[in-house]
Design a binder for this molecule. Sequence first.
Ligand SMILES: O=C(O)CCC(=O)C(=O)O
Ligand SMILES: [Fe+2]
Length: 305
Amino acid sequence: MPESINLLREFDDTIINKLQESYAKKTKIDDLKGITISHEPFTHCVIQNLVSDPSFVSELNSEIQSKLKYHKKNNDLYQFHQTQDLGKNKSKYLSKFRDQFLYGQFLEFLKKITNINLSSTKIDVTSSKYEFSDYLLCHDDNINQDQHGRRIAFIYYLVPEDWCEDGSDGGNLDLFRVNEHFEPVQIVKSLIPRRNSLAFFEVSDSSFHQVAEILSKNKTRLSINGWFHGPVNPKAKKKTEILSGLNSYESVEPDIFFEWITERYLKPINQTGIQMKFSSSSEIKLDKIFHFNISVNKQIHILYD
Ligand SMILES: O=C(O)CCC(=O)C(=O)O
Ligand SMILES: [Fe+2]
């Protein structure tokens, strides 16, 4: 195994400057040493042939498929398999990819191109596996955060070499245009995953995307993906959606709140656990959160009063 893995071939300053300029001025770059930057529907970048050593790519591919544990994720918004956060995983190739590449060369590259002061201590990393009929419906990756949060989403693809270029295997990363209310309205770009390529984009209130359903019955869409963190872009702060006529939670009297919520959710220790789980997996299921004796009518009355 090589001592260090190289992000692409070496980049000289002329290339870095061109990429920086394209990112800042929203001009298009089409295949500059395998790198493409486009701004429709939102700024995104694809780097082909990311890791220069092909044997590293196949070792990494076999290692994650044989050593990592994938858990089924399934609800009405998605269906695929994913590992836990791999921040502390010690597998040989994966840890090299994470520590030398993501926390090293690639972080420096991203900071220069995007001009964002990305954190050098917090990168979320997981691996995802999509098989026949799996999908991930439209979402923006943008979760409410105060000071620090997800800034750059990245996906490194380890699909088989023969993943169809015409889209017939499915699994495109579809990008949506938003309307004036920042609602996703239409797919205007579809990125076909390619082995050893990496896509990244800035997380914002308009970065809506989805993984289209996998159509291939025998190919696996494997990836290493996650988020680089940094100071939250104030412009990307999500507006809290309050349905018209629906009271905001601040207007619910404390007494009513305590009457509703079951005791276990009021214990600080449980709240800390919930917060940690939610921060790491961005989702949580809270069983029996309301007392049974609170009637549906009463709930509706309080909400819509
Ligand atoms: O795999 C991809 O192309 C995108 C994955 C994604 O959007 C996510 O995991 O949030
Ligand atoms: Fe996403």
